[in-house]
Design a binder for this molecule. Structure first.
Ligand code: SAM
Length: 281
């Protein structure tokens, strides 16, 4: 027989498609829970049905009001409270971190029941370097904001992982190609489900393939680190900026170089400010 379950907050990872991936421990905690904090009671209801349990569910998000938050924290102090999301690991592009922080601050027992997460599952399927990676979650949906975030990511020398959906995929790949340049990448769809699919190729090939296609289902895009010649092009951009600064004020130089290389003007301008500050030290 399993040991009795202590009162506290249990962060419980659930399957990302195949219910068979629910771990034994996750099932035990869900079965023992007094309250399950959920994103959507219909989704978690199906999981509970799968394990043959009926439980009290409360919808949780990180924007809950103070009164509801106090009620949840009080419950964590004297009951078994499980936090789940619709799929995968709670807190990973899903609500929960504020609750974990507050429960810890209140001295409650907080633990995790680890399990599936689409980000890690996709990384393992991507065939891209997995020793260092950066998980970015969802990029903004509008090109301008998306390109600004991508420009921040451009110099980072690790594999990048993004969550996406079919409707935005074509635009996301086009912007990623425009800002990061061509890199090996993978579009991974419906992991652990019937129509699981991994499509690998350079960003240019993937952007072309998905330009007019809105694939169904849930998607992760994994992009490899900059190629050696891309790393050189970052120093090319810096060299061009220094040359432009010899004849133009900083804002104009940043604008000119940003247009030439298709990179973020604001970031270049900030770089000129850092150089100025360094030269005055
Ligand atoms: N917390 C979850 C996790 O640990 O994976 C992620 C939640 S996030 C709101 C949902 C996104 O995860 C989807 O839009 C998709 O990008 C990705 N995702 C979830 N399940 C997936 C699956 N089976 N295959 C591919 N991507 C998936």
């Amino acid at each position: 027989m399993s040991a009795p379950v202590e009162h506290g907050l249990y962060i419980v990872a659930t399957p990302i498609g195949n219910l068979g991936d629910l771990s034994h421990r996750a099932e035990e905690i869900l079965a023992a829970a007094d309250i399950i904090l959920v994103e959507d009671s219909r989704v978690t209801g199906k999981l509970l049905n799968y394990i043959g349990k009926k439980k009290k569910m409360m919808v949780y998000n990180d924007h809950k009001g103070a009164a509801e938050r106090q009620e949840i924290l009080a419950a964590i102090g004297c009951k078994i409270v499980a936090l789940v999301s619709d799929a995968g690991t709670p807190l990973i592009s899903d609500p929960g971190y504020k609750l974990v922080r507050e429960a810890q601050a209140a001295g409650a027992y907080v633990t995790t029941i680890p399990g599936p997460s689409a980000a890690i599952a996709a990384l393992t399927l991507s065939g891209l370097p997995s020793d260092r990676f950066l998980f970015e979650g969802f990029l903004p949906s509008k090109t301008k904001a998306r390109s600004e975030v991508l420009a921040e990511l451009a110099p980072i020398k690790t594999t990048l992982i993004f969550y996406e959906n079919g409707a935005r995929l074509g635009g996301m790949l086009a912007d990623t190609l425009a800002v990061l340049g061509d890199r090996p990448a993978a579009v991974i769809r419906e992991i652990t489900k019937k129509f699981e699919e991994t499509v690998t190729g350079d960003l240019s090939e993937l952007a072309e393939r998905y330009a007019g296609e809105k694939p169904k289902g849930e998607i992760v895009v994994v992009v490899g680190p900059p190629l050696a010649e891309d790393a050189a092009s970052i120093s090319d951009i810096e060299a061009a900026l220094r040359t432009a600064l010899e004849r133009l004020p900083a804002s104009k130089a940043a604008g000119e170089v940003a247009r030439t290389y298709g990179v973020d003007r604001k970031q270049l301008y900030e770089l000129t400010n850092r150089w100025k500050a360094e030269s005055q030290q």
